[in-house]
Design a protein around this ligand. Structure first.
Ligand code: G3H
Length: 478
């Protein structure tokens, strides 16, 4: 069936013997856009076998050659940015310009990874024994970094390309094999991205991309005995994955409820611009989106007015037209967001705009005077709806931030840098941004969440290190 995109295994594009496919619904038209293969468990087993075999040889391939192939893949990826971006527009309704940016950023990430890899993996350590009590200098210890084996990469729908390569490139430079399970929405963009790695000429079996139903191959993949590490970004299914996974390293990023704390001395124009960018870019469907504004009462009216003026200027419509606000990824997501909005309405939040929805398209909405008994004070909408909670002290803001079960990022706006640092230290999040909205990038910065936001740390250097293990050889002198 020529209409169904093939999956990638053993260096070839293949049809699943299941004869089944999975439909990808375009969030804008709400009609089927593409189909991908529904791979079977047997096919996953085959992929794992060839990944294991390919990895053994890849680990022996000189580091500079691995880097060279990654640089090649990065260049090919950038050459194909238009086709890949087009898939992102159709599959996940990403605004056209942002879709191109995602691909270019991904190419840059792959190149940076190759460069960082040759530096950090090109060095080891040398230790001598007589620094520890009771020892003579009779033992020399050599350390190096060795690959883990097969890395399972599971990226989410909001960055099907970028959050795939942020797992693939560190894994490969470190000498690992990769099995990619793309999100269903975004699978075709991911397959196109994998094609760029195919064109670059990586060895057969080293990279595979299996598509299909989570119910059929999800647990089967994450519990597979051949998998030596899982790198996952997504929602709370990650919690279930971490409970089922075996004794292997996990890198997980599972969302957030990033708070924006605004002090009385803040530059309110800067804050408003960052709330718009942080809260509404890609319609709020970013784990690092600003998800609650905690503003000092004395400046709240002025800030809300400034934000409202900017909300009024956001364009709303299809991603093809590069609108600021585009349809959210699925009908169930739109229904979930609506549930949060209706709950806030019933409990008395102030609606700064009228609530409006057509299909999966939800107009941007600022909710003022949100109170802690409202669901939206705590849950992440993953949509263009932003709650504002008015606070009477900084401590109240920090308390709200820390009462969340999430702890990804947060931000604080003030001109007093000493205060900002004290607040950053008090916020129980992986990162605090001072005077800017939360964001993962630049992609070599460490990126991590605490509590339900994740396990481990990402960013290029941390990911390379995390996907390796220390190996030591001790020379015992006579
Ligand atoms: O959605 C989660 C991403 O890791 C956030 O990345 O800050 O570049 O949008 P971003």
């Amino acid at each position: 069936d020529g209409d169904v995109f093939k999956y990638y295994a053993d260096g070839e594009w293949q049809k699943s013997s299941s004869g089944k496919s999975v439909s990808i619904i375009n969030p804008t038209t709400r009609k089927p856009q593409y189909k991908v293969q529904a791979c079977s468990q047997e096919e996953v087993n085959k992929v794992m076998d060839s990944a294991k075999a390919a990895q053994k040889l890849w680990a022996k391939t000189p580091l500079w050659k691995r880097a060279e192939l990654l640089h090649k893949a990065a260049a090919i990826l950038k050459e194909h940015k238009a086709e890949i971006a087009e898939c992102l527009v159709k599959e996940v309704a990403k605004p056209a310009k942002d879709a191109v940016t995602e691909v270019v950023r991904s190419g840059d990430l792959v190149s940076y990874c190759a460069e960082e890899g040759v530096r950090i993996l090109g060095e080891g350590k040398f230790l001598v024994s007589d620094s520890f009590p009771g020892n003579e200098r009779t033992k020399y210890c050599l350390t190096s970094k060795i690959p883990l084996g097969v890395i399972l990469a599971i990226p989410p729908f909001n960055y099907p390309v970028n959050l795939a390569v942020s797992k693939i490139a560190p894994a490969l430079i470190a000498g690992n094999a990769i099995v990619l399970k793309p999100p269903t929405q975004g699978a075709v963009a991911a397959l196109h991205m994998v094609h760029c790695f195919h064109l670059a000429g990586f060895p057969k079996g080293l990279i595979s991309c299996v598509t299909g139903k989570g119910s059929e191959i999800g647990d089967f993949l994450t519990m597979h005995p051949a998998v030596n590490c899982i790198s996952f970004t997504g929602g709370d299914t990650g919690i279930a994955v971490s409970k089922k996974a075996g004794m292997i390293p996990l890198q997980m990023e599972l969302g957030g409820k990033d708070a924006c704390i605004v002090l009385e001395d803040a530059d309110l124009d800067l804050v408003a611009a960052n709330i718009i960018k942080g809260g509404f870019s890609y319609s709020g469907q970013r784990c690092t989106a600003v998800k609650v504004v905690l503003v000092m009462e004395s400046v709240a009216d002025a800030l809300v007015e400034k934000v409202n003026a900017k909300v009024a200027k956001l364009s709303v419509g299809p991603p093809e037209n590069d609108c600021d606000i585009t349809p959210v990824v699925s009908e169930s997501s739109a229904n979930f967001i609506e549930g949060l909005v209706l709950d806030a309405k019933q409990k008395g939040a102030t609606f700064c705009q009228e609530y409006k929805r057509e299909g999966n398209l939800i107009w941007p909405l600022l909710l003022d005077n949100v109170k802690p008994d409202m669901r939206i004070a705590w849950e992440e909408p993953f949509g263009p709806v932003l709650p504002v909670i008015r606070i009477n002290s900084v401590e109240e803001g920090i308390h709200h931030c820390n009462a969340s079960n999430f702890g990804l990022q947060g931000c604080v706006f003030t001109k007093d840098v000493n205060k900002a640092i004290l607040i950053s230290d008090a916020m129980e999040t992986g990162t605090v941004q001072i005077n800017s909205a939360p964001a993962r990038g630049p992609d070599h910065f460490p990126f991590q969440g605490i509590k339900d936001s994740g396990i481990g740390s990402q960013g290029i250097t941390n990911s390379i290190n995390m996907m390796t293990k220390t190996k030591t050889t001790v020379i015992n002198l006579p």
